[in-house]
Design a protein around this ligand. Structure first.
Ligand SMILES: *[C@@H]1O[C@H](CO)[C@@H](O)[C@H](O)[C@H]1NC(C)=O
Length: 277
């Protein structure tokens, strides 16, 4: 009985420590990221709370995480290039290295003022991609910060926007489709010029009189095996989507999805790739 009463507070303390640790991983850009290219065009300010990337005629810019992640939930708030952003692409993704790398992509394709951005997504496994899905957003992503997340475990990858799932890439290894589960990934982001394809398929070019173009980042948060395995045994696990989230996912796919490789029969005349079926 004595032991029981002694251990209970200890157990509670440990529990609090675990949850504190997970919250405390909320980021500081100086601590968690390296500015990798574009010189002064990539900037961290407000004591590490805010990061910006910009693009001008000479160069874009980018950053990457210091840590690598193998499974986890990664949240970042982005405020995209405002005004006439046609021709610009803001890429935000996870990637491992090498010719057989895995990659989980968000790419934001800019547009002329008042016209909708396209959110382009893709998943590479063992160096092979070609799994694009594209969406319009249900808000203007340049007015405010919105949260873009990747939640990834050994069973599935979930892409989320403001906590609404927009895409799920399930583990289809039993159908012979490789799944990213062995190679740790870093977080990368870059802002660059892609006016040869980004806006209306390359028809609309970047208006350099509007440069520099700037995107902002804040409130990075990562929960993963690498940040919490010291406390929690075993691999990090996603929460399964509940009924509400599955409904939201269907709502997005029905109303905002504008391209899905799974239903592109011109591209896959032999039938959709196995993970789609
Ligand atoms: C830009 O706006 C046009 C016209 O509304 C639209 O067709 C296109 O999908 C939009 N987005 C991009 C990135 O081209």
């Amino acid at each position: 009985m004595d032991i029981f009463f002694c251990n209970k507070p200890l157990f509670l303390t440990l529990l609090v420590m675990v949850s504190l640790f997970m919250v405390a991983s909320a980021g500081n850009f100086f601590q968690d990221f390296d500015l990798t290219w574009g010189d002064h065009r990539a900037k961290i300010f407000n004591g590490g709370k805010l990061l910006s990337l910009s693009l001008d005629k000479v160069s874009g810019s980018g950053f990457k995480s210091k840590k690598e992640y193998l499974f986890g939930r990664i949240d970042m708030q982005l405020k995209l290039v405002a005004g006439n952003s046609a021709g610009t692409v803001t890429a935000y993704y996870l990637s491992s290295e090498g010719p057989t790398h895995d990659e989980i992509d968000f790419e934001f394709l800019g547009n002329t003022t008042g016209d909708p951005y396209i959110l382009h997504t893709n998943v590479f496994t063992q160096g092979k991609g070609n799994r694009e899905q594209q969406f319009y957003l249900w808000f203007d992503p340049t007015r405010n910060f919105h949260t873009y997340s990747i939640s990834w475990d050994s069973r599935q990858i979930v892409f989320l926007v403001d906590n609404t799932p927009i895409r799920v890439f399930g583990n289809a290894e039993r159908k012979g489709v490789p799944f990213p589960k062995n190679q740790p990934m870093r977080i990368y982001s870059s802002l660059w010029n892609a006016d040869d394809w980004a806006t209306r398929g390359g028809l609309v070019k970047t208006d350099w009189t509007k440069a520099p173009f700037t995107a902002y980042y804040r409130n990075f948060n990562a929960q993963s095996s690498t940040t919490s395995s010291r406390f929690l045994n075993g691999a990090w696990q996603n929460q399964q989507l509940d009924a509400y989230s599955r409904r939201r996912l269907r709502w997005v796919q029905k109303n905002f999805m504008i391209y899905n490789y799974c239903t592109d029969s011109k591209r896959f005349p032999q039938g959709a790739p196995p993970e789609c079926r």
